[in-house]
Design a protein around this ligand. Structure first.
Ligand code: ZN
Length: 205
């Protein structure tokens, strides 16, 4: 793409590094911003910078949070003995939207994926095992998407805690194999949490 302006080219280059955004889309977005009042660009940059500088991970569940303890973990009316294991904040948001779950979460930050060079140590698996070992968890619900990586991750964690005093379950698969949690509709996802099944049963099929 030939630009007559270095400044424009630079902005397009930056925007096009975002996932799913090619050079053409980046150019359209940047030109759109240029047509809007300057204050809009300032607000956009400030919101992103602010997010970047001030965002934290909850010290208990590792969800993205504004405070040391996220709102969910800090809510004393929730059942802290039930912990739902998810990949990232999008899954937390999807499950929260169902209004069917009153336990806490544990956000792994990804899935084990040797192809992408992601091993157990890059995820928050260790703190999860520690939590279970400390006897703070009565039930662990595996809610990773049922892809090869999701299944591998579930099984890895399951093997680590198999002998400990904890009940394990997995969300019922109204959600078809390979579907990401965030795309499941609220009713289906809500039902699959309510009708969760013992994790061992999910290994047999
Ligand atoms: Zn939390």
């Amino acid at each position: 793409m030939d630009f007559s302006s270095k400044l424009l080219e630079q902005a397009v280059d930056e925007v096009s590094q975002l996932p799913g955004i090619g050079k053409r889309t980046a150019l359209r977005l940047v030109l759109h911003l240029l047509k809007q009042p300057e204050s809009q660009t300032v607000q956009l940059s400030e919101a992103l910078l602010n997010l970047r500088k001030n965002i934290k991970l909850c010290e208990n569940c590792f969800n993205i949070s504004d405070t040391q303890l996220c709102e969910i973990c800090a809510n004393t009316s929730r059942n802290s003995e039930i912990v739902c294991v998810v990949e990232d904040i999008r899954d937390v948001m999807a499950i929260e939207n169902t209004n069917q779950y009153r336990g806490l979460y544990h956000v792994l930050g990804g899935k084990i994926s040797p192809m992408d060079g992601i091993g157990p140590s890059q995820l928050t698996i260790k703190p999860l095992i520690d939590k279970v070992q400390a006897g703070k968890v009565e039930e662990l619900i595996f809610a990773l998407s049922s892809t090869l990586e999701g299944d591998t991750t579930n099984f890895y964690i399951f093997k680590q805690i198999e002998r400990l005093e904890v009940k394990t379950s997995t969300i019922a698969r109204g959600i078809s194999v390979g579907d990401e949690l965030e795309y499941a509709d609220e009713i289906t996802l809500g039902r699959s949490i309510t009708n969760r099944i013992p994790f061992e049963n999910s290994l047999k099929n």
